[in-house]
Unconditional design. Structure first.
Length: 367
C-alpha cells in the first residue's frame, strides 16, 4: 500500500504545540449522549449507551487503522494548518489503558464490566491513542492560515477541502485526503513559506495575502456558498437586518458538500439532530430543481436516523440559509420543500446585490 495522507484536528493551539514538541499526536475516545427515555429501565439505558459508545469508538479505531508508518499528516487547528509530518511508527494505545482501549478490548462486554472506569477516563479528557510523528522538512514546519486555501477555493482551484476541514466534526478526528488535494496544499505551503524578500538568483515569492471576501473576481458565484461559510465561521459576515444567533451556525456547510458520513451532528443540549446548510439559488428553474434534489437526498439521509441514532425522523431539525440575487418565490415554497424532511428550526432567505466586485447582503425573509 502506498503512502496515504491525513488531516488531524487538534483542540487548541497549545495542544497542537505539545503534540509537535513530543512527537506524538493524541487521539481521545468519546462517549455518545444518551438521554434516558421515559419509562426506560436503567439496565436498558446502560446497554444502549455502552453499545452506541462502542460503535462510535470503533469508527475512531477504523480511522486509526488507516494511519501507517510513512504516511503524511497535517495538523489542523482553528482555521489554520501546521506543518507536514511523517508518521514514523504505528499508532499505539496508552500502556496503562490497553486493557480497555486496545482494539480487541473495545467491545460491549469489556466496557459494560468496566463502565465506571471507561466513563471516568473519557471524561478526564486524557488521550488514549498516540500517533508518532516527525516533521518532513523545515520548509513545512510552519503554521499557515486557511485564508490562502479559501483564496484558491474562490478561484475555483480547490473544491473538495471544505468537506474535509470542517470545524464541527468533534468525533471523527482523523480525516483522509486525496493525494491530489494534499499536493495542492503542499504547493500552498511552499508559496506561503517563501521569504518576503526575494533571494538573488531565485524566482520571486508567491505569497498569498489574506483576501477580503467582500470582493471577488469573475466567477465568484460558483463558490459563493463556500465563501459565506468561511465568513460565517470567522464572524465577519454582515447581513443587513440579521444577527446570527443560532447556536449551530458554525456548523454550516454548503449543501452540495454534505455526505452521509459527515452530515449528522448531535445537538447535546436537547438530544436532537440538526443539520445546518447554505445554498445559493441561481436564476432559472434548473437551479430550483437542483435545490429540490439536494433536499430529497437530505430526506433520504434523515430516514437513516432511527438505524444510526435511535431517533425518530420527527427529531430531525432542518436549518439553513438560502442566498440569491432575486427571489421570485416566497418563503412558503421553501417550507413546502423542507417539511417532508423534518421540522423546520430556522430558514433564512438572504438577498445580495453587486456593485462592481463588491457584494452586500440583506435579510429578505426569515422563519
Amino acid at each position: 500500500m502506498g503512502r496515504q495522507y491525513h488531516i488531524i484536528t487538534c483542540d487548541s493551539d497549545e495542544i497542537r504545540t505539545q503534540f509537535i514538541q513530543d512527537g506524538l499526536v493524541g487521539i481521545r475516545p468519546v462517549l455518545t449522549r444518551e438521554p434516558k427515555r421515559r419509562g426506560e429501565s436503567e439496565e436498558t439505558h446502560l446497554k444502549k449507551w455502552v453499545g452506541n459508545s462502542v460503535k462510535m469508538n470503533w469508527d475512531i479505531l477504523a480511522d486509526l487503522a488507516r494511519v501507517r508508518e510513512r504516511d503524511y499528516i497535517l495538523l489542523h487547528t482553528k482555521g489554520s494548518i501546521t506543518g507536514v509530518f511523517e508518521v514514523n511508527g504505528d499508532p499505539v494505545v496508552d500502556a496503562g489503558l490497553s486493557h480497555l482501549f486496545d482494539g480487541q478490548n473495545v467491545n460491549t462486554s469489556t466496557w459494560n464490566n468496566n463502565w465506571s472506569t471507561v466513563t471516568t477516563t473519557v471524561n478526564s479528557g486524557n488521550f488514549v491513542w498516540w500517533i508518532p510523528i516527525i516533521p518532513v522538512d523545515e520548509l513545512y514546519f510552519k503554521e499557515m492560515p486557511m485564508d490562502p486555501l479559501f483564496n484558491d477555493i474562490v478561484r475555483g482551484r480547490i473544491t473538495s477541502l471544505p468537506s474535509r476541514l470542517r470545524y464541527e466534526d468533534k468525533n471523527k478526528t482523523i480525516k483522509g485526503v486525496t493525494r491530489k488535494d494534499f499536493e495542492r496544499i503542499i504547493d500552498l505551503f511552499e508559496n506561503y513559506s517563501q521569504p518576503d524578500t526575494p533571494i538573488a538568483g531565485q524566482p520571486p515569492a508567491v505569497n498569498f495575502a489574506p483576501m477580503t471576501f467582500d470582493t471577488f473576481q469573475d466567477g465568484y458565484e460558483k463558490n459563493l456558498e463556500a465563501v459565506l461559510v468561511h465568513r460565517i465561521r470567522k464572524g465577519t459576515l454582515t447581513i443587513s437586518g440579521l444577527e446570527f444567533r443560532h447556536s449551530h451556525v458554525l456548523n454550516t456547510v454548503p449543501l452540495g458538500y454534505l455526505k452521509m458520513a459527515d452530515l449528522l451532528t448531535w445537538n447535546e443540549r436537547n438530544g436532537r439532530i440538526i443539520n445546518p446548510w447554505i445554498w445559493e439559488l441561481k436564476a432559472g428553474s434548473l437551479n430550483w430543481t437542483a435545490l429540490r434534489e439536494e433536499l430529497k437526498k437530505l430526506a433520504v439521509r434523515a430516514s437513516y436516523l432511527d438505524q444510526f441514532f435511535g431517533a425518530d425522523q420527527s427529531d430531525f431539525k432542518v436549518t439553513g440559509v438560502i442566498v440569491a440575487e432575486n427571489f421570485t418565490i416566497n418563503r412558503r415554497a421553501f417550507e413546502d420543500l423542507i417539511t417532508p424532511i423534518g421540522t423546520i428550526e430556522e430558514i433564512i432567505l438572504v438577498k445580495y446585490t453587486r456593485s462592481g466586485t463588491t457584494l452586500s447582503f440583506r435579510l429578505f425573509d426569515k422563519r
